[in-house]
Design a protein around this ligand. Structure first.
Ligand code: AP5
Length: 217
């Protein structure tokens, strides 16, 4: 399956993409995760991207598009993929559409996760992240078994530098201005499906599978 997840920061895209990837056995491709790896490594892309990410703004389209196209060429993405955090602008969506049409493997669905701004801020200000396996936790909604330690590998949990309230508010604004127009782009193509993501984790997964029931095998 070739799938895009849309939704504001904190909607649960990363969390649900991980669960879906396990069920559908296709890779979860998160542009945020790939960019953060570049920042950690101090690559040229990472150095350029960091300033934008710290301000809660988008990394320039040309950098991100090239990065995603390279990732989609990898062997594991040939049987399908879940794109989380890409595309975020109409230019990115157009570039993706052109590339996939050229390869004869167009998108099959775009899921839009909806959540209100207050809940997004609440989720993100309580988010904890495992730096080793990237699993996310939440101090209010999804605690690890042992305080501050990842259930899977025991690594100490950390916070994301763009999860402070001021940056989260900026990220929500940027999403509204730059990414919400994609809803019309995909609706016009008959690909958009909406999932109410303001519910407990398992219920959102159920709603997601239901939204894909006609195409998920
Ligand atoms: P990115 O990492 O993609 O951040 P984002 O889109 O802002 O989304 P988040 O990761 O914050 O939220 P999420 O929806 O994945 O929620 P999660 O599942 O973690 O991008 C970061 C930055 O990179 C961007 O700002 C930009 O600078 C740059 N970038 C990335 N892609 C780009 C692109 N294409 N173009 C340009 N720039 C780009 O969940 C959040 C919290 O809630 C967690 O604690 C989780 O445990 C909890 N939670 C999840 N679901 C539930 C639930 N159902 N109930 C209760 N808690 C829940």
């Amino acid at each position: 399956m070739r799938l895009v997840l849309l939704g504001p920061p904190g909607a649960g895209k990363g969390t649900q993409a991980g669960r879906l990837a396990d069920r559908l056995t296709i890779p979860h491709i998160s542009t945020g995760d790939i960019l953060r790896e570049h920042v950690e490594r101090g690559s040229r892309l990472g150095v350029r991207a960091r300033a934008y990410m710290d301000r809660g703004e988008y990394v320039p389209d040309d950098l991100v598009v090239r990065m995603v196209m390279d990732r989609l060429d990898e062997p594991d993405a040939q049987k399908g993929f879940i794109l989380d955090g890409f595309p975020r602008t109409v230019l990115q969506a157009q570039a993706l559409e052109d590339a996939l049409a050229g390869a004869g493997r167009p998108l099959e669905a775009v899921l839009k996760f909806t959540i209100d701004a207050d809940m997004a801020i609440k989720r993100l200000s309580n988010r904890w992240l495992c730096p080793c396996c990237k699993r996310t936790y939440n101090a209010e909604f999804m605690r690890p078994r042992e305080d501050q330690l990842c259930d899977d590998d025991g690594c100490g949990l950390t916070r994301r530098s763009d999860d402070d309230e001021i940056t989260v508010r900026r990220r929500l604004e940027v999403y509204r201005d730059e990414t919400e127009p994609l809803e019309l782009f995909y609706w016009e193509r008959g690909l958009l499906r909406e999932v109410n993501a303001q519910a407990r984790l398992e219920l959102v997964t159920e709603r997601t599978m239901e939204a894909l029931s006609d195409i998920a095998s």
